[in-house]
Design a protein around this ligand. Structure first.
Ligand code: FPP
Length: 255
C-alpha cells in the first residue's frame, strides 16, 4: 500500500448528489465479497500481493462512499477460513496489509466517526494483527457513524457450527428450552447478533458463488454480481449498483 494514497476521508472527485441516488432509500447494510485481486495482478504479470495492495485502495474508496451517503453497516469479506490454505507468503502479505491498513486508517476512522468491528475466528489471527485489530476496535467503539464489519478468518458454516454449540450448551444447562429455539435465538447466537442482515450483497469478478459468506444473514439480501475485478471496482460502478438496488422491489417472499 502506498502511504501517499488517499485515505478514507479524502473527499470525492465528484460529490455524490441526491440526483444520483434517492437518499431516502439508502441500504442500511451492504456486504461485499471482494474477489479478483489475484486475476487483476496476473493480467499485469504482477505478484498476487500487488493485487491485494490495489484491492486495499478500493476498500478505502468504498468506505468513503458508504460514509458519504449514510450507509449504516459495511461488511467486507477480507479473509475466509479457507484462505488459510493459501501459500504462506500470500497469507503473511495479507496479514501485514491488514495490519498496515488498520494502523494507517485509525486517524481517519476517528475523524469520520467510523466504528470498526470484526467477525470470524479472530483467535486464529497472528498475535500482532489481533492486537492491532483489538486496539482499533477499542479506539473506535464509541463512533456512531458508519460501522465496518471486517470478516476475518470467517466462514459461514463455522459460524453456524459455533452458534449450534452455544445453543446446545444453553439447552444442556437449562437456560433455553428446545421448543423455545426460533429464528431470533439463532440470529442472537451468530457473530452478527447485533448487526442487521445485509440489504445488498455485492460480489466482484463475476463468480456466481456465495463462497461460505453470511449464509444465514443473506436469506433476503438483494444480490449483485459484477464482472469487474475488485482492484478495478470504481466509485461510479458502486453508485450505479446502489442505484439499481433502489429500483428493485423487495418482497421478502410475499406478493
Ligand atoms: C479475493 O481475491 C480477495 C482476498 C482473498 C482478500 C481480500 C483483501 C483485500 C481486498 C485487501 C486487504 C483488505 C483490507 C480490509 C485492507 P483473490 O485473491 O481470491 O483473487 P482471485 O480469485 O482473482 O485469485
Amino acid at each position: 500500500m502506498n502511504s501517499s494514497s488517499p485515505s478514507i476521508s479524502a473527499s470525492s472527485k465528484t460529490p455524490i448528489k441526491s440526483d444520483i441516488l434517492d437518499l431516502s432509500k439508502i441500504p442500511e447494510h451492504i456486504a461485499i465479497i471482494m474477489d479478483g485481486n489475484g486475476r487483476w495482478a496476473k493480467k499485469r504479470f504482477l505478484n498476487r500481493v500487488k493485487g491485494h495492495e490495489k484491492g486495499a485502495e478500493t476498500v478505502k474508496m468504498v468506505v468513503r462512499v458508504c460514509r458519504e451517503i449514510g450507509i449504516g453497516h459495511l461488511t467486507l469479506f477480507a479473509f475466509s477460513t479457507e484462505n488459510w490454505q493459501r501459500p504462506k507468503n500470500e497469507i503473511t502479505a495479507l496479514m501485514s496489509l491488514l495490519k498496515k491498513f488498520l494502523l494507517t486508517e485509525q486517524k481517519s476512522l476517528m475523524e469520520n466517526e467510523i466504528r470498526l468491528r470484526a467477525i470470524g475466528q479472530l483467535e486464529k489471527l497472528p498475535e500482532d494483527v489481533l492486537a492491532t485489530l483489538n486496539r482499533t476496535m477499542h479506539l473506535t467503539r464509541n463512533n456512531h457513524g458508519l460501522q465496518i464489519n471486517l470478516a476475518l478468518s470467517y466462514g459461514g458454516r463455522s459460524e453456524i457450527v459455533d452458534m449450534v454449540r452455544q445453543i446446545a450448551e444453553k439447552v444442556q444447562s437449562g437456560m433455553i428450552l428446545p421448543e423455545a429455539i426460533n429464528r431470533e435465538i439463532v440470529s442472537q447466537h451468530l457473530y452478527t447478533s447485533d448487526i442487521p442482515d445485509p440489504d445488498l450483497l455485492i460480489r466482484t469478478s463475476g463468480e456466481m458463488r456465495i463462497s461460505n459468506f453470511l449464509l444465514w444473514q443473506i436469506a433476503y439480501s438483494e444480490i449483485c454480481v459484477t464482472d469487474t475485478l475488485w482492484p478495478d471496482f470504481s466509485e461510479d460502478e458502486f453508485l450505479a449498483i446502489i442505484k439499481n438496488f433502489q429500483c428493485r422491489e423487495r418482497r421478502f417472499g410475499k406478493v
